[in-house]
Design a protein around this ligand. Structure first.
Ligand code: GLY
Length: 370
């Protein structure tokens, strides 16, 4: 049994991220000590339930935990206000109390929705994250950002609410479609690019092993990503400062996703990959980063089939620089109308650029969409 732990150091709300080859099979034993009474509700989607549900159910049963399951349709549309209301109603009907631990079992959609329901149910109940996508394991299940989408935009309604444990099982990744694996890998590259040049170098060496399913390589990639996120979240839980570094590639990326209507043409992680390539290229254009570093970032992303710029996404053909800048301005991180970008001085040294120069961004986007 190989298992690693990372602690998110948030004082009385500190929690562990347990990462292991078969961690899901120990979920019951891991969660039971955190429960006041041995009963829970699993919130999941139908695909995850079919692929991995029996393992979670068996582990809860062997730990003596009674459970009900709420299985929602897979996909981004599930992360809606309507589903939040429905889920809250079901949890109330099932008499979930503030001390109970609800289980979010799935990718980012299930984690964000269940986390937000837990944040507001009876003014806050406890919840566990069991992320089953690579992206959720290295990003969305850690750090307490929860919420649902609004017609006006993604993730616009939500709360910070930390889980009591995160359990990441490597075997669950075996049933993940390759594009989803790539989307998660983009967020892993992000950690190296923003703050750990040695990890970035390790990824250059080991990307193929991570994709091929090498267990030790996957555990290390997830663990190092979680360590970096845990450190940043512990220092700046509510994103008043350095947590914004985790948005490397996101402001450009959100604009690309929005231009394509948040469709399957470009997954979130793929948009982050393209956005990271753009952030490094823009850093070079601003004279703060060596071109060789931007080339390394783009080479690593492209080596695993991820886009590293606008031209790598055929569906973006014909979208103008003006349109993309307009969409960047609608990002929820815009501060009193001013754009904030995460740029880099080199691989492993990202920084927050407030009041980013809109004219220069437009010229850059025009060059990249020409
Ligand atoms: N996904 C970025 C953050 O959690 O802050």
């Amino acid at each position: 049994m190989s298992e690693d732990r990372v602690t998110v150091g948030l004082g009385s709300r500190a929690y562990d991220i347990v990462i292991g080859e078969d961690a899901l099979d120990r979920a019951g034993a891991l969660i039971r000590p955190l429960m006041k009474r041995p009963r829970t509700v699993i919130v999941t989607d139908e695909n995850v339930r079919a692929a991995q549900g029996p393992r979670l159910e068996a582990s809860l049963k062997s730990a003596g935990i009674a459970f009900e399951t709420i299985a929602l349709p897979p996909g981004e549309a599930t992360k809606s206000f309507e589903n939040l209301q429905m889920l809250l109603g079901r949890l109330l009907d099932l008499a979930i109390d503030r001390q109970d631990v609800v289980i979010a079992f799935g990718g980012g959609v299930i984690g964000d929705l269940t986390g937000f329901a837990s944040a507001v149910l009876k003014r806050g109940c406890r919840f566990a994250q069991i992320p089953t996508s690579l992206l959720a394991q290295v990003d969305s299940s850690v750090g307490g950002k929860t919420g649902v989408n609004a017609p006006q935009g993604k993730n616009l309604i939500g709360a910070f609410h930390q889980p009591v444990i995160v359990i990441s099982d490597m075997r669950a990744l075996d049933t993940l479609p390759p594009r989803e694996l790539g989307a998660g890998f983009a967020e892993i590259v992000k950690y190296g690019a923003l703050g750990d040049a040695a990890f970035f170098g390790w990824l250059e060496e080991n990307a193929k092993a991570v994709f091929a399913g090498d267990r030790d390589a996957r555990i290390y990639a997830v663990k190092r990503s979680c360590e970096m996120k845990a450190k940043i979240v512990a220092a700046d839980e509510r994103e008043t400062g350095e947590r914004a570094l985790l948005n490397l590639g996101h402001t450009f990326g959100h604009a690309l996703e929005a231009a394509l209507g948040y469709s399957a043409k470009l997954l979130h992680g793929e948009a982050v990959a393209a956005g990271m390539g753009l952030a490094f290229d823009f850093s070079v254009r601003q004279g703060v980063c060596a071109a060789a570093d931007a080339e390394r970032v783009k080479r690593l992303l492209r080596s695993v089939g991820l886009p590293a710029g606008i031209a790598d996404v055929p569906a973006l053909k014909g979208v103008s620089g003006e349109r993309l800048l307009d969409l960047m301005r609608q990002d929820k991180k815009v501060d009193a109308g001013a754009l904030t970008l995460i740029l880099a001085r080199k691989i492993g040294a990202a920084y927050i650029q407030k009041d980013a120069p809109a004219g220069e961004i437009l010229a850059f986007l025009n060059e990249n969409t020409a």
